[in-house]
Design a protein around this ligand. Sequence first.
Ligand code: SF4
Ligand code: SF4
Length: 180
Amino acid sequence: MKLLDTLRISGRNLFRPKTTTPLPWKGTRPRAARFRTSFALLHDEHGDQACIGCKMCEKICPSFIITVVPGGRAVSEKTGKSRGWCADFTLDAGACISCELCVQVCPTDAIVMLQVPAEVGFSREDLLLTMERLYANEKPGTAAWSTGSGLIAMQEPPKPPKPAEAAKPAETPKAPETTT
Ligand code: SF4
Ligand code: SF4
């Protein structure tokens, strides 16, 4: 009986339409809007490295794979203003779970994830993203959908009503008119 059931199920599935795309893929396949992989560090609008070495990304990372070495404060040659700098930054992508928390907490939008597929690695060392590699990944049009400010803005609670509106007394409902 079991054999007949198995044959019946196999026979039914034999003529079902294919639900997967056969390999090798032909042409380009559309990616999900929020597809993300690998990372880049960015420069700010003045051309300075945007990372201020605050270590927020290091502290929030649930996989403990980010190491930031702060570089202290110094005056930017481009803006003439004092700011924090990062002396070294490494991210071990081999243990990344793509949670994007590091992107979300960054106060300067210095770190982003990428939409382009990561370079294939053949050893664990190939997955270690050094500061140099992270800045080399900064290319126009390759960043994924989100930035730190964008993600934080999405989580802001709704604004409270304006004081004038909040103080306004609620209208008392009119009593129904009586007919005599
Ligand atoms: S996306 Fe990866 S590197 Fe960033 S916080 Fe999550 S696990 Fe850490
Ligand atoms: S990438 Fe952002 S969160 Fe991480 S150390 Fe640099 S400024 Fe801070």
